[in-house]
Design a protein around this ligand. Structure first.
Ligand SMILES: [Zn+2]
Length: 97
């Protein structure tokens, strides 16, 4: 009997990780548009098209709906991690303008 909750939990966890992975991959497509693709000194927030204010508002809206919540959550985690990276490496939260 304990197998059933374990399986349900595992399935849920798998879905969460997969949803977030997928969302993270989706958002980083815009990194490929940049030149150079990866620059450790650059802050991606406010620089890449999918890392700006309007898309971030959309990611928050995705969190409101159960079907898109995981994607929204994954995208927001991605943006937050990118912002923390900017803070740690450059002392800024976003690239202005
Ligand atoms: Zn990013």
């Amino acid at each position: 009997m304990p197998l059933l909750p374990a399986l349900t939990l595992y399935r849920k966890k798998w879905l969460v990780s997969y949803g977030m992975l997928l969302a993270g991959l989706l958002i980083d497509v815009d990194h490929l548009l940049a030149d150079p693709i990866y620059d450790p000194g650059r802050c991606s927030i406010g620089f890449h098209p999918l890392h700006t204010a309007i898309p971030i508002v959309v990611y928050n809206l995705l969190m409101l709906f159960p079907k898109t919540r995981l994607i929204g959550m994954g995208l927001i985690i991605h943006v937050v991690l990118d912002a923390i990276d900017c803070q740690v490496t450059g002392g800024i939260w976003y690239t202005a303008g």
